[in-house]
Design a protein around this ligand. Sequence first.
Ligand code: AMP
Ligand code: ZN
Length: 399
Amino acid sequence: MFRICPKSMHFARPNVRRPGFCVHGHVAMAIRHYKVLAIETSCDDTCVAVLDRRENGAAPQILTHLKETLDSQRDGGIIPTRAHLHHQRTIGPLVNRALQETKSRDDIELICVTRGPGMPGSLSGGLDFAKGLAVAWNKPLVGVHHMLGHLLIPRMQSNGAAPSFPFVSLLVSGGHTLVVLSRSLGQHEILCDTIDIAVGDSLDKCAREIGIRGNMIAKNMESFINENLDEATSGASPMNLPSPLRNQNGRMNVQKFSFAPFLTAVRQHLERDLHSYSERERRSMAFQIQESLFDHLITKLRLVITMQPDIFSQVKHLVCSGGVGANKRLQEKLQTEFSDFFDSFYYPELELCTDNAVMIGWAGIEINENLGLTTELGVSPVKKWPLTELLTVEGWICR
Ligand code: AMP
Ligand code: ZN
């Protein structure tokens, strides 16, 4: 297996003509066994992972995978300065614990860290720490695009074999609702985005309105529904939930998602005090809410597919990731609705779907091994970093 220079991305691995060098004279090196330290601090989670990059073509092994989330319940939302402080306080002890647990203090060969997009204060908490380690250990640094982590993580289990490019991802989380076409490691195009809030945010807020509590509220709503499916599907307390972004003729030709109208509709529906609704009625409402948000996802994804037949005739793999992607009902619906369009469906496990450092480590490995890139020590966080500018942003070093 050889590393390939980014300028020769069009050469598939076996076609690198001169083993040992790419066509531009960049050194292509055989892959050997090494360990990777990965750090993610783009928002309110301080995440650290150590991966063991095994040499026999096997997927990397996750040696440890730690996360400490800022408690923002009192603040009613994430306050950037508090998130910055959280990362400053947490990153040192967490990295220390990860290195101790995995006995890796002396054999980390690659440091991967989220460089953007995200809150600059949060990002710098991890990035500055990673730069310090890169200097102290004299090891290469890879500054990873957070969304690239989400996009590439389903490939880790197969060591980069599947899903093969091109593939399409439905990224559904608390912060994103995106359809992304990934043509190659460095080429990603957003085909559909939300005009207001993300699907996870909307699910959480709607669920809170009907009295569901907890950390991942939408996850708890799924459990609440599944506890008694007869009640959930009973039709008690029928709701009038919207189908957003229809035009006046009722046609759905706007290639955008919109999830704020669901929250408005749920609030309008609840005319009485919440305590006056029976459990049967609340379970039925939960089912209707979940169903209508997922139907909106399906409708818009279908629109994106049918409006771009040239692209989708070549795309055979669908990835659904992000926290909401763990929902079994959504997975079932995608499989049923799109079995004619895709040959295979990928649902990374929840731990790797939500923000985590493993995905940053894996993306860093792919960037480093396959594109031959590392990151300069002088880089700063990139607050807004379009996926289309993945490789053109300043700070990359080509081997
Ligand atoms: P993320 O933003 O990727 O960290 O994911 C968090 C979001 O995913 C939150 O909105 C959660 O409520 C949501 N989530 C997690 N598990 C589930 C599930 N099983 N069903 C629906 N939403 C979920
Ligand atoms: Zn994320």
